[in-house]
Write a protein that binds this ligand. Structure first.
Ligand code: KG4
Ligand code: ZN
Length: 375
């Protein structure tokens, strides 16, 4: 009989440019290490696959070591020599003994950048093999979807005062994805709509770059928008389509066209106003689809996840919409759970182990285009 409260999962997440490892025990996060590669990609204005791959390879052993140490776990098995997987420093373990402290290893298999995913999968596969523990593949988007469920060390999550209710609608807005998901329970998901081109965060970053705000400029653009007046006309995308899909490339192109043809001086006032105008169009597009999904599927709750959900104005707007419909909006409890992290991956694996449907294998393939099944 497995004790779910003590079941401990080491999780690895390398879907893009953050090298992440976490330890999740009984749904509670014991450690959550995120080593961001952002500064190494900044000069190129986006993630460079070769750099991401090299850094994941170099950093994974250290990040895992730190995650285990912070969780107070010292592994009881000494791996073969030449392995990148190493026991904790000072470990007195003997080769061949069973592992202490880690019951399974979970890893993101997609969606994401193939060379990045491959690094996490290779490391996790080696770890599972050496320590003879199950290897659990996890969908990165399910991680974002369940990030509100993740509990801190004390067992507190966004659901501490209430229980999740279904059906719910997940709204996942990040640098790589913009999705509306219908959730009827853990493991029961259907994709209602997604972006047809750029993701919302990607559009923020690209427009921020046009405004010389650096990389990734999304959070800086959002900060500028706070003090701006939306007095530039930027078109709301796809007003004639009545489905739940998104598109941000037209909006981005309109912003570029304006800046290239008018050549405005990038004064603080201009940037603030232009940022506010861009954000207004993005919010309009996001909320039109969200409202449509609520009307159509009558959810009991909304689950928000992904980097763009860090945006305070967007949270406020979403809460207001939810309140209007008498439903509750849930956000991850901790800032670190909003953006890419391994704790959400470990949590998803734990839920599936409990459900008894965690697929385990000693050989996994990366799935860069993995998605929820379409409705
Ligand atoms: O989820 P995430 O860390 O990584 C992906 O899976 O993509 O999301 C990162 C994205 C970036 O595009 C970043 O610019 C955006 O989230 N972002 C924001 C804000 N904070 C981060 N976008 C708008 N407003 C923010 N406050
Ligand atoms: Zn993500």
């Amino acid at each position: 009989m497995i004790n779910w409260e003590s079941y401990t999962i080491l999780a690895i997440e390398t879907s893009l440019d953050d090298t992440c490892a976490a330890v999740v025990r009984g749904g509670r996060v014991l450690s959550n290490i995120v080593n961001s590669q952002t500064r190494f990609h900044a000069d190129w204005g986006g993630t460079v696959p070769d750099i991401a791959k090299r850094l994941h390879h170099e950093w994974l052993p250290k990040v895992v070591d730190l995650a285990l140490r912070k969780a107070g776990i010292s592994l009881g098995t000494v791996p073969k020599r030449n392995s990148r997987v190493q026991p904790e420093k000072g470990s007195t373990a003997v080769e061949g003994t069973v592992p202490r402290g880690v019951d399974a290893i979970a890893v993101t298999i997609g969606p994401g950048l193939a060379p990045s995913l491959e690094q996490g999968i290779a490391y996790a596969t080696e770890f599972a093999h050496l320590y003879n523990i199950p290897l659990i593949p996890v969908n990165h988007m399910e991680g974002h979807l369940l990030s509100s469920y993740v509990q801190n060390k004390k067992g507190t999550s966004s659901f501490s005062k209430t229980n999740p209710q279904y059906p719910s609608i997940g709204f996942l807005i990040s640098g790589g994805h913009t999705e509306l998901v219908l959730m009827k329970g853990i493991g029961n998901y259907q994709l209602l709509g997604e972006t047809l081109d750029d993701a919302a965060g990607e559009a923020y970053d690209k427009v921020a770059r046009l405004l010389m705000l650096g990389y990734p400029g999304g959070p800086i653009l959002a900060e500028m928008a706070k003090n701006g007046t939306p007095n530039y006309h930027l078109p709301e995308p796809m007003t004639t389509r009545k489905d739940l899909n998104f598109s941000f490339s037209g909006l981005k192109a309109a912003a570029r066209r304006y800046l290239e043809s008018e050549k405005p001086e990038l004064t603080q006032e201009f940037v603030q106003n232009f940022a506010a105008s861009f954000q207004k169009a993005v919010f309009k597009h996001l909320t039109t689809r969200l409202l449509r999904a609520i009307e159509e599927y009558n959810p009991s709750m909304l689950l928000l996840g992904g980097g763009v959900v860090s945006n305070i104005a967007l949270r406020k707007l979403t809460r207001e919409i939810a309140k209007e419909y008498g439903i509750k909006a849930y956000f991850p409890k901790d800032k670190k759970l909003i953006t890419d992290n391994a704790a959400m991956i470990g949590y998803v694996a734990w839920e599936h182990v409990k459900l008894g449907d965690a697929f385990t294998s000693q050989k996994l393939d990366r799935l860069p285009n993995l998605n929820f099944p379409k409705l």
